[in-house]
Write a protein that binds this ligand. Structure first.
Ligand code: SAM
Length: 282
């Protein structure tokens, strides 16, 4: 394990996550035997703006049918399933947290996408894949936990074919000072490694990537998060817990969400999406 990986795993790990998810569906009156991707949408896209952000990034990277995609830090697999179901790609997910990989596989089988989407346990800093294996590498809200970004980007480039594309959706440091914790990606600062957007682009460039598109999505991220808070506040007090990211973020979910809104409002964090390409071979 790399430094910090035990703490990062502890931040995300939820004991018996598969069972917790299935029980939550039952309690919400949904038969877990007949799950659809609509049922999983609120739970399985563990990043700002949910499935809409995944679709926007897929458009930005000009995803093509049959692209071989590697989703690095794939969580419980929502983005991977969206890319397979809506863009006709083959997707491999890799994540540090075994419990997430198991839940991702279970949800994928339940919605019938196991022929196109698989998951395996591993670290982004030593990816278990041969050189030049993928057409597209996908990274959503993962660099936030990686201190050694030079090594991360070197690994991403290694597994991309020459001319392959990197799609990135990350949270960056803002000018307003250090974020308030806890946040969804870190209970405390020891596993949060945000850099400013220009530092992120410099690190990507140093790793040999060429920038093709870059967009700041901070304003729409704040709108989306405020909407999430309003929806949570309007739930009846006696309603059963929603089947949503609360199952991944745990009991501190309300505080984590409030803190993201404060951090966005106070410009302590920014959100970016970008597309970069690996060099063509000589
Ligand atoms: C905020 S979640 C995002 C999950 C997913 N990308 C999504 O958007 O739904 C961050 C994920 O990155 C994973 N992660 C963090 N550091 C990692 C590393 N070094 N290698 C692999 N996965 C990592 C975590 O386990 C977690 O699943």
């Amino acid at each position: 394990m790399q430094p910090n990986e035990r703490s990062i795993t502890d931040n995300y790990d939820r004991t018996d996550l598969e069972e917790t998810i299935l029980t939550a569906y039952e309690n919400a009156g949904k038969d877990p035997a007949t799950l659809t991707r609509d049922d999983t949408a609120a739970l399985d896209e563990f990043h700002i703006q949910g499935r809409d952000a995944t679709r926007a990034l897929a458009d930005l990277v000009d995803l093509q049918a049959d692209d071989r995609v590697l989703d690095v830090g794939s969580g419980v697999g929502g983005p991977a399933r969206t890319l397979a179901a809506e863009f006709d790609c083959d997707v491999t997910g890799v994540d540090l947290v075994e419990e997430y990989c198991r839940a991702a596989t279970m949800l994928t089988e339940r919605v019938g996408l196991e022929d196109r989407v698989t998951f395996q346990h591993g670290t982004a800093l030593d990816l278990p894949f041969e050189d030049e294996t993928f057409d597209v590498v996908w990274l959503q809200h993962v660099a936030v936990n990686v201190e050694d970004k030079a090594r991360l980007f070197e690994e991403l480039r290694r597994v991309l074919r020459p001319g392959g594309r990197l799609a990135i959706h990350e949270i960056c440091a803002g000018a307003g000072g250090s974020p308030q914790f806890p946040v969804p990606w870190a209970t405390d600062p020891s596993i949060s490694f945000l850099v400013a957007p220009d530092e992120l682009t410099r690190l990507l460039s140093d790793a040999g990537f060429d920038e093709r598109a870059w967009t700041d999505t901070t304003a729409e991220s704040l709108d989306w998060f405020r909407g999430q808070l309003e929806r949570a506040a309007s739930r009846p007090a006696d309603a059963s817990p929603p089947v949503g990211l609360n199952l991944l973020m745990g009991p501190e979910t309300p505080t984590k969400m409030q803190n993201v809104v404060h951090n966005l409002e106070e410009e302590r964090i920014e959100v970016v999406q970008g597309v970069l390409t690996a060099p063509e071979s000589d």
